[in-house]
Design a protein around this ligand. Sequence first.
Ligand SMILES: NC(=O)c1ccc[n+]([C@@H]2O[C@H](COP(=O)([O-])OP(=O)(O)OC[C@H]3O[C@@H](n4cnc5c(N)ncnc54)[C@H](O)[C@@H]3O)[C@@H](O)[C@H]2O)c1
Length: 311
Amino acid sequence: MKVLVTGGAGFIGGHIARDLLKRGHEVFVVDNMRTGDERNLIGIKNFYNLDLGKDNLDEIFKNDFDLIYHFAGQSSVEISYQDPVYDLDTNTKSTLRILKHLSDSNFKCHIIYASSMSVYGGSEPMPKSENDDLKGQNFYAIGKKASESYLSIYSSMKNINYTSVRLFNIYGPGQNLKNLSQGMLSIYLAQALESNQIIVKGSLKRTRDFVHIFDVLNFLRKIENNQSCFNQSINICSGIETSVQELLDEIISEIGKEIKIIQQEKTSGDINRMLGCTKKLESLTGLSTKINIKQGIKTMIDAINQNKYFE
Ligand SMILES: NC(=O)c1ccc[n+]([C@@H]2O[C@H](COP(=O)([O-])OP(=O)(O)OC[C@H]3O[C@@H](n4cnc5c(N)ncnc54)[C@H](O)[C@@H]3O)[C@@H](O)[C@H]2O)c1
């Protein structure tokens, strides 16, 4: 297949692009390198250093892609408050501009979009399933909800199939440990590795649903060409709720040194609780997650110790 991966220099997009290459597909990547890492571009012959929110995209869409993984975007609620206009451009306008190009072209394409659990908001009841109301009220969630709506409307008008994958907290080797604005687990792990303290913004009782990147890849491979996944939203979650305190305990026990926890005020728009329902994901893919938090943290520490970056 001819596949475009937007955000292919980033954490999740980088893993997707490598996985596609390994499976023999022709891979194209577009990334503005805002949070991307050049190591993710090794082996990528077709790379466009462009911003999907504002640059001319004609050159990219001369290609008749079979599949697009649209994973470019900024993934931090905190940054969506610091720079809401960039958040809108990069997470919503980028989606709309891709859809406009696809609708003007003649090829039939499946687009898999990186939506987020934040579309649900953090209110009860839990776990969140795909038919629940979308009550996410922070700037980041609004952008993801809007992108999902654009995909749905375009698919009903044009020759476009989409799947919005609602990613919960994705983590694993290759996550950017220098970026302390995105990725709860990677933010705490980076601090624990670099110092003897971890700063936690908000309550230790907050919960999240963590999914290891290798499990994510297994799910995506099953979704890619599966027509029963077309034109709908699917959670990518583990169905396991982990508190910040439990997460910190696992990180500290894996690292094996004494670490002080310093609590600070919570970030604007942060949610208290999150847990996903896995029913739809499991019935469509026949899979469930295999890697638990303890094993997952170990994969990250092992990759760092062996200087392997993403394995
Ligand atoms: N990591 C998670 O837990 C998580 C959870 C829910 C949703 N998501 C979504 O998944 C996607 C990937 O997240 P990630 O964790 O890999 O983040 P990342 O920052 O590692 O990767 C995003 C990539 O997109 C690129 N990018 C950003 N804006 C762009 C633009 N306007 N044009 C071109 N390239 C652009 C960045 O340079 C980066 O390489 C994002 O859309 C994010 O919102 C991630």
